[in-house]
Ligand binder design. Sequence first.
Ligand code: MV4
Length: 448
Amino acid sequence: MFDKILIANRGEIALRVIRACREMGIASVAVHSTADADAMHVRMADESICIGPPPSPKSYLSIPSIIAACEVTGAQAIHPGYGFLSENAGFVQVIEDHGLTFIGPTAEHIRIMGDKITAKETMLKLGVPCVPGSEGGVPDLATAKKLGAEMGYPVIIKATAGGGGKGMKVANSEAEMEKAFMTARAEGKSNFGNDEVYIEKYLQKPRHIEIQVFGDGKGQAVHLAERDCSLQRRHQKVFEEAPGPSISPEERARIGKICADAMANINYIGAGTIEFLYEDGEFFFIEMNTRLQVEHPVTEAIFGVDLVREQIRVAEGLPMSFTQDDLTINGHAIEVRINAEKLPNFSPCPGRITQYHAPGGLGVRMDSALYDGYSIPPYYDSLIGKLIVHGRDRNEALARLHRALGELIVDGIETTIPLFHNLLQEPDIQAGNYNIHWLEKWLARTYE
Ligand code: MV4
């Protein structure tokens, strides 16, 4: 059993992990950059240690500094949160070389899923339905054109190392292929140092549905249903809900079992998310994330489980505290991401919080590291809070979200809170009628 865990992260997710540690009787160590000396995660942890200057590469991404912090404090395990080093296979290797434990998947699983071509090949072999496309990489333009003609346009060219929408180009016809292929390749090379690309049929109006999975690393794995994360702007999620408003219990059970069986098969350990595009009643695998995700609280709300506690348990070699049969959905949950950004352009808006008041009451959870007088530093991402509401059904969750947003006060900076007041008025949102393009179209219509 661990008696001390180091959290290699900051902000709300660091608090989230500290809370789980405290409930489990495990001491927590916060690490921080010099810009974060006054941050809430530093205050809330049992111990803290400065690991470097403000830019992330010199602090939150500095593997030697984080390992040294473990050695100085005697922490036996590291929780990476999300972002930063959470999907860095090399980090996992170094942690293990130092006799420490990474709270998360193996370096091998991170590596497999980090390369999209290998991820797809692996999932296809495991019986997970994938988007039709090239088998493996596409070596040259001639092959790309041949595949385009075979499967029919539009197609999408993706960099195997891609992420965040970088290295992804649509070709609507053979005439567009050369530019799309070369651009995807160049973006893969310049952003990720890897110019390998693959091709898929381009789905025109899908939803982004992701299945939460969890494994014990010893052949047991479960699914915790899906989240609909279709409401995104420039590949940043804005609003997430569970269960997905368009998914039937039968579809959920079927795709859930496929995912859980796949994870059991590879002895996957810890939390994972299998991302699908969902169109016309069909699921198509696109990517897997081998980390705890930002939006995990909506899943926690509907299942009444603590995913971070489970991550720590399986990292200690313990079994999960539930089986698939124990997991039943209770009601509906919605998360909205509060960013320190100024509308309509979503430009980052760091600065001093003059007043902060979190909403409360039944079915309301506010995960945030804000406090009165806190200064948001300009060096990190702009997420400053997640408001999660839970109701007996979707309409109750929507009403509760409306009520909770009315109680939330974040003064001194601009935030994305007004966006959600507007969004909740939309009949399509009230009806759960949206796909991956809905939000950007609505923003263009509403704010420009
Ligand atoms: C696609 C697609 C349509 N067809 N793949 C965007 C980021 C990366 N995770 C995968 N992405 C997409 N892949 C095929 N074959 C459309 C997108 C996409 C998207 C996916 C999920 C959520 C929002 C999106 C916004 C634009 C494009």
